[in-house]
Structures are given as C-alpha cells and as structure tokens.
Design a protein around this ligand. Structure first.
Ligand code: SAM
Length: 196
C-alpha cells in the first residue's frame, strides 16, 4: 500500500528542495559504505547521488513503476552501473533484502508512514551491525512549500522515539536548511527489535 501523502510535485521543483550531495555527505555516507538501500526512491534524487559515493550497490525501491522506470533510464543515460532499481511495495512485502546485508539505509521523506516502527525495524533487520540509518523529513512547519499534512508529519523527537523502539541508537541530528531535518541512527552490535 502506498504510504499516505507520499505523492511528489514535478521533478524540477522537488530537486530544488535539497542539496542531495551535501545531505548524503553530512550523514558520512561517502565514507566506508559499500551497499545502501533507499526505501521509496521517487525520482532518484538521492539514489543517483548515493551511487557515486558508495563502493557497492544502491538498491532503490519504489511502489510506482513509473518512478523505477525513470531511475533506470537515468542510470542508463549517465552510465551508472551500480543501481538496482525495483518495483516493490515495502509496506506490504518488506525490502526483500537479506538480513545483515547493507551498510546504510535511507528513509527520506517517508516516515509519515502508517507503521513507522515496522519500517525502521525492517531497516534494522537488513543493516549490518554498525550499519547506518539516515532519515530526513520536512520540518514541522506549515509554511514549508510541500510535505505531508501536519496531522501526520512527524517531529524529530517522534522519529527518535520510533528509532529507539525499532532498536536503533540515535547518533546525530541535522538541520538541512531550508526545509528539512535529518537524523542519523546506528545499528549497534547489540541492537534488537520487538518487531523481528
Ligand atoms: C515523498 S517521495 C520521496 C522520494 C525520495 N525518498 C526523496 O526523498 O527524494 C516517496 C516515494 O515513496 C514511494 N512509496 C510510497 N509508498 C511506498 C511503498 N509502500 N513501497 C514502496 N515505495 C513507496 C512513492 O511512490 C514515492 O516515490
């Protein structure tokens, strides 16, 4: 099932909201990451940038076949060989990735999901011990030009609480001006989840 309120404006407008490279580097994802997965890749704003930073494969999952087709086309056009884009409903079917297989996971603009703890628990499952979960979301501010309805838009403290429930340890919080915040979580060697 598609996450509520997860539609996007046109691509040019969407890409104007972020500096994808600066955000991924703030999370340290240019350093020591081989395999990474993005849950809900959309236009591939972060997928394509991540592909240039990691030494392994970027798995890009989206429920919309048009988004996956677009990401694949961009990879072909740019000669990017390390992206595996796949049509998948991660809410219904999980990521399909092996446990303890990924160095990093991205939950970008998607934690207004109906079951955020279950989604974070799936990220925890597939991360290697020491693996990183990066989250960004729209500021809790009705003046942002886009973003889910305020009633379902999570605040940073809420995401941190969900992350802890899923079994993560919070590492850092970021202010990605002008419209987003970021949270970096880690799967520790002793992480466990009630969801598993
Ligand atoms: C708001 S967009 C964010 C895209 C990207 N993460 C970014 O920040 O640029 C959310 C994306 O998640 C996808 N999505 C929503 N529900 C999904 C689900 N259950 N399984 C897979 N993808 C989903 C939507 O199709 C959309 O492309």
């Amino acid at each position: 099932m598609k996450v509520r309120d997860s539609g996007m404006p046109d691509e040019e407008m969407w890409e104007g909201f972020f500096d994808a490279s600066a955000i991924l580097q703030s999370f340290g994802l240019h350093d020591g990451v081989a395999d990474l997965v993005e849950f809900g890749c959309g236009y591939g704003t972060f997928t394509l940038t991540a592909a240039g930073l990691v030494s392994g494969t970027v798995t890009a999952l989206d429920i919309e076949p048009e988004m996956v087709k677009l990401v694949k086309a961009k990879c072909r056009q740019l000669g990017v060989l390390n992206v595996q884009a796949e049509v998948r409903d991660f809410a219904a079917a999980g990521s399909g990735l092996m446990s303890d297989s990924q160095d990093a996971a991205l939950l970008f603009n998607i934690l207004h999901h109906e079951e955020p703890v279950a989604l974070m628990a799936e990220a925890l499952r597939i991360l290697k011990p020491g693996g990183r979960l990066a989250v960004i979301h729209w500021n809790y501010d009705p003046a942002t030009p886009r973003g889910p309805a305020m009633e379902i838009r999570p605040q940073p403290a809420q995401c941190v609480a969900w992350g802890k429930l899923a079994g993560f340890e919070k590492q850092r919080q970021f202010d990605f001006k002008p419209y987003h915040y970021g949270l970096l979580f880690k799967k520790t060697a002793t992480s466990c989840s009630d969801q598993e």
